[in-house]
Design a protein. Structure first.
Length: 399
């Protein structure tokens, strides 16, 4: 009688590990995702100019204090500059100066209270607790205010560990205030010579995004493209509402045209989707794609003009090309049937004509303007060498 031999079950130590591999992979995927987040470096967030001026504002008081034999005074001044550097940015100079000045005052008060309450532990704890609560509430005002609240709380705690006389506390607070003012001076040093540089840079980013939107597919279920750039440009130009200079009026007009252009581009993309659903091989679709590509070129030319300060190249030729491409979308009303495709084409033609006018206005506003030399001191825009004030006369602009 043959005996049956039963194989022992595989041991956990040396058994089959094929089922463990998927589990290990499942455990590794979150770790890999976490590692990618930790090691991600967004180069677009690096601002070398801001880093250099903040470093100079912190290091310079330390060096000067050491050279004149007052290292503690230099350290107090550097601490004020360091605190204010967290509120620095690349936004318009007026907004930046107000925010950094408020941060300077806030941190100076923290130094003063920390030095005065260091003699009494109960008072020091109560003041630190109240300060920490207020700093936590600053989160509602934005990331810059939250950073200032955190660093000022640290400053308060540091100075609360060293008792100071009222005179010493006032001196330390004054030095911290001077350090903050130095950091503000370094941040807005170019304000007189580059007054509207942040606004122009924000508008250039907006028009670059519009150039990308011109040829980018728009999804009906997603938020409209360019929303973040529109919000940032509105924030950057908020202080120009009461500025009546020609440059301020020009930039506000560019922002207004950008909002209209964005709406026209989104509408054209939606109409294209409708026409594709009706007839994917309709001859108007390639014409519309060419029109949108030409619009993207013009929008990118506006962005480059804002960055470089030069006139957009080949603007007049591209505007004429846009008019020719828009004409391909026209429907012959005499012979056209009342179909859904023709209705969409009529809307396309209307939007293309509107976008053409908006692009012309944007090009004119972005072009380099010069004084007309008349008594009224009016300005004249030169677009592709042709005066925008008298296009019918084709008056040439003298360069």
């Amino acid at each position: 009688m043959a005996s049956t031999v039963q194989k022992p079950p595989p041991s956990k130590e040396g058994g089959d590990t094929s089922t463990d591999k998927p589990e290990q992979g499942a455990r590794l995927r979150p770790l890999q995702a976490l590692w990618q987040i930790v090691t991600l470096v967004d180069l677009s967030k690096i601002n070398l100019a801001q880093a250099l001026r903040n470093t100079l504002g912190v290091v310079a008081p330390l060096i000067v204090g050491h050279m004149i034999g007052m290292p503690r005074g230099g350290l107090a001044m550097s601490s004020g500059a360091l605190n204010v550097s967290y509120s620095d940015g690349s936004d318009p100079y007026e907004q930046r100066a107000k925010r950094m000045l408020a941060s300077t005052l806030w941190c100076s008060i923290a130094v003063l209270l920390g030095g005065l309450t260091a003699h009494n532990n109960v008072a020091s704890v109560l003041v630190a607790a109240a300060w920490a609560f207020i700093a936590g509430m600053l989160v509602a005002l934005g990331t810059a205010a939250a950073d200032v609240g955190v660093i000022s709380t640290v400053v308060l705690v540091v100075y609360a560990a060293q008792p100071l006389t009222p005179r010493q506390a006032l001196a330390a607070a004054g030095l911290a205030l001077c350090g903050g003012l130095l950091q503000i001076l370094l941040s807005v040093a170019l304000w007189p010579v580059r007054r509207y540089e942040p606004e122009r840079r924000s508008l250039a980013a907006l028009y670059s995004e519009l150039a990308r939107i011109a040829t980018h597919p728009s999804e009906a279920t997603a938020a409209p493209l360019g929303t973040r750039e529109i919000v940032q440009a509105n924030d950057a130009l908020a202080n120009l509402a009461t500025d009546t200079s020609m440059a301020a009026l020009r930039y506000r007009a560019l922002l207004s045209q950008a909002e209209r252009i964005r709406l026209s581009l989104v509408t054209l993309a939606r109409l294209r989707h409708r026409l594709i659903r009706e007839n994917a091989f309709h001859p108007a679709i390639p014409a519309l794609d060419q029109y949108r590509g030409n619009a993207g070129y013009l929008l990118d030319a506006v962005a480059q003009s804002l960055i470089s300060g030069k006139e957009p190249g080949l603007a007049a030729d591209r505007l004429v090309l846009g008019m020719a491409l828009a004409q391909k979308l026209a429907v012959d009303e005499a012979t056209a049937a009342q179909t859904f495709s023709n209705a969409v084409l009529r809307d396309m033609k209307f939007q293309a004509d509107a976008l053409g006018g908006q692009l012309r206005a944007g090009i004119e506003l972005a072009a380099v303007y010069r004084s007309a030399g008349n008594a009224a001191g009016k300005l004249e825009f030169c677009v592709g060498g042709v005066s925008a004030r008298a296009p019918a006369d084709a008056m040439r602009c003298r360069r």
